[in-house]
Design a protein around this ligand. Structure first.
Ligand code: URA
Length: 238
């Protein structure tokens, strides 16, 4: 949550009083004077000390194992959404998915009500790596690996950044690959293979930045990030 909001909510200050606390150098984050009112903080990660008082935030961060058939949205007129997979008691109004997986894509999705963190994780300059396991309907070759490394150009001319493709198993009609990309263009993985004349027949996201899909998290299930996982996201709090 933005530091100015944390102060206003915890200390019930007016906007003017809140600003004055910054001017008087009475706001400390992790032991240092903080002047940036818009800094994103979470009391699980940061010590927030204002005018001698320790302040708290109450954000939620969930790892969801998205099943196929569910849409990455907050609301949909017809289809079940990823936020609806979260129990109502765990679902603050601002809960939303960070990034987007297609309806038929499965795997790791981060959900949070810390909008600023979600925004910052999706910025292209943040270069958050996304790891996918894909099944492809053709033989995948070392020429494909080289083309992904060079930067795939979509039909239509858009160029992707270099991506790391690893062939796990390559057979005519059915190949298994691991692909790491650092962007999040619409249908990116499917379009990258289409640019090579191949079709992705199944797609699972295994990791996003430091977060890894837990093997024991059933499809459709979610759990809170552990403190260790949340700490790994601290560098993305700006
Ligand atoms: N790329 C895709 O094509 N689809 C997804 O769901 C995610 C990445």
């Amino acid at each position: 949550m933005r530091l100015d909001k944390v102060i206003e909510q915890n200390l019930k200050t007016s906007r003017k009083e809140m600003k004055r606390l910054f001017l008087m150098k009475k706001v400390f984050v992790d032991g240092a004077i903080e002047l940036n009112q818009h800094r994103n903080v979470d009391s699980q990660l940061h010590e927030i000390l204002v005018d001698g008082q320790k302040l708290k935030t109450s954000h939620v961060y969930y790892l969801l194992n998205k099943p196929a058939g569910v849409v990455t949205a907050k609301k949909d007129a017809k289809l079940q959404t990823v936020t609806q997979l979260v129990g109502e008691e765990d679902r603050p109004a601002a809960l939303y998915p960070v990034g987007r997986l297609d309806r038929d894509t499965k795997g790791l999705l981060l959900l949070t009500d810390n909008g600023q963190l979600g925004y910052d994780l999706l910025q292209p300059h943040a270069k958050v790596a996304k790891l996918y396991r894909a099944t492809v309907n053709e033989t995948v070759t070392t020429a494909d690996v080289a083309a992904f490394e060079k930067g795939i150009i979509f039909h239509g001319g858009i160029r992707c950044q270099p991506a790391q493709l690893k062939i796990l198993n390559s057979e005519a009609g059915n190949s298994e690959v691991l692909l790491t990309i650092q962007e999040g263009k619409f249908h990116q993985v499917k379009k990258m293979f289409l640019a090579r004349g191949k079709k992705v027949t199944s797609l699972v996201r295994l990791a996003m930045g430091p977060l890894i899909l837990p093997e024991d998290l059933a499809e459709g299930a979610y759990r809170s990030l552990t403190l260790a996982e949340l700490r790994q996201l601290k560098t993305y709090f700006r």
